[in-house]
Ligand binder design. Structure first.
Ligand code: FAD
Length: 219
């Protein structure tokens, strides 16, 4: 989009791509590790031994959070460089778009979504509160405090996007006979995965002091 526009619009799409890059890198690669680990677990002892291939998938997946910018470095980039774009205006505008998506789910009145709209709205509120906290902390130069929660913030943001984009898929009329399946998947994400944002919000805003204290104790 940035390649095919000019001026303010070009800047908007460049900032959108910049904001989404650490998120697009980290959440799917972390999920790949979780899923391939679960793949070993469901096969029990047969999953652990090399011959069945499940262990190889796990090891292969484990590199993805490390290369192409480790996910920890991506989180530092998200907080230190991406959120402050246009004085925070870009990420705030993105959150407004996400809130509209939750509203679209609510307005669709489709039973299959269950409580997806309410749960998305709650997760987006967690994202908004933590984003404002991080922007204030970095703006006031409290970088250690802000960066202590960088990985948790990146996960929180990624979970919100997981829920939102699955819901967007559920709202789309695919014409392929799989609409109900997409809605069921969006509901699963909303009702089983994304409530973790509340815990992450607590860690991001209140976790820095205890992390520093634990570091001293372990030194
Ligand atoms: C199989 C494989 C293939 C690869 N292929 C390529 C390739 O094709 N091209 C290429 O260029 N590279 C490649 N790499 C290298 C890869 O990009 C690096 O491994 C990666 O960038 C991480 O660097 P590192 O291994 O030196 O880890 P380190 O930089 O030592 O990082 C170790 C840990 O410390 C964290 N860390 C580092 N610095 C900081 C900091 N300032 N603050 C907080 N935490 C920090 C990291 O997040 C990480 O968790 C490959 C690596 C592997 C294992």
């Amino acid at each position: 989009m940035a390649d095919h526009s000019e001026g303010d619009e070009k800047q908007f799409w460049q900032e959108r791509a910049s904001l989404l890059t650490p998120l697009a890198k980290s959440i799917p690669t972390d999920a790949g590790v979780d899923v391939s680990s679960l793949g070993i677990q469901v096969h029990g002892g047969m999953g652990f031994i090399e011959e069945t291939g499940a262990a190889r998938l796990y090891r292969d997946a484990r590199i993805a959070p490390i290369y192409e910018g480790t996910n920890g470095i991506q989180a530092i980039d998200l907080i230190g460089r991406k959120l402050p774009q246009s004085g925070g205006a870009h990420v705030r505008g993105f959150i407004v778009e996400l809130r509209q998506l939750a509203e679209d789910v609510r307005a669709s009145n489709r039973d299959g979504f269950g409580s997806t709209a309410e749960r998305l709205a709650a997760a987006i509120a967690d994202l908004e509160a933590t984003t404002e906290w991080v922007l204030a902390a970095t703006g006031e130069g409290r970088m250690v405090e802000a960066l202590s929660g960088a990985t948790a913030y990146q996960r929180l943001f990624g979970l919100v996007l997981t829920g939102c984009y699955l819901a967007k898929g559920g709202l789309a009329e695919g014409g392929d006979g799989r609409d109900e399946g997409r809605i069921a998947l969006a509901r699963f994400a909303a009702e089983n995965l994304i409530s973790e944002t509340a815990t992450l919000k607590d860690r991001i805003i209140h976790g820095a002091d205890s992390l520093a204290a634990a570091r001293l104790a372990l030194a």
